[in-house]
Every structure is written in C-alpha cells, then in structure tokens.
Unconditional design. Structure first.
Length: 83
C-alpha cells in the first residue's frame, strides 16, 4: 500500500466519521471517537463493497463507501452498548 493511499484512507475516513456522527444523533462518541470510527468504517466499507462486487472510483464514491461503513459500525456499536 502506498503512503498516499493510506493518507487518503485516513482523510476520507475522518470526514466520513464526522458525517456519520452528525447523521446518527445519539449514537456518536464525540469528535475524536467519531473520527476513529470513520477510519475503521472506511476500511469496513471497502471490505463490504468488495464482498458485494462494487468498486468506488473517485473521491465522492470513496466518501460514500466510507460513510456506509461508518454508519454500519456505529449501528453495531450501538447494539453492543445496549446488550
């Protein structure tokens, strides 16, 4: 993995985590927590999209993929918190 690829995953993940925290009110973890969730969600979103057979080309598509992964991760964390 190139360092540019890693950096772009981090930046897109940070933005997606912030957006996911804004969208899912009450399920967020504060700014820093949402940013961490966004980075992990970007990786999760990429994994989920590959399983389904989709690819994200371009900045907007990658941001959408990371947002989907972040929302899924926040949903799963919310389920675990309730249990």
């Amino acid at each position: 993995m190139k360092s540019v690829d890693f950096l772009s995953i981090l930046v897109i993940g940070l933005i997606a985590g912030w957006l996911a925290g804004k969208i899912s009110r009450g399920r967020g973890f504060g700014l820093l927590g949402n940013l961490i969730v966004g980075v992990i969600g970007a990786l999760l979103g990429g994994f989920l999209f590959r399983i389904v057979g989709l690819a994200a080309y371009g900045l907007i598509a990658q941001l959408l993929m990371a947002l989907v992964g972040s929302m899924a991760l926040l949903f799963l964390i919310g389920l675990v918190r309730r249990a």
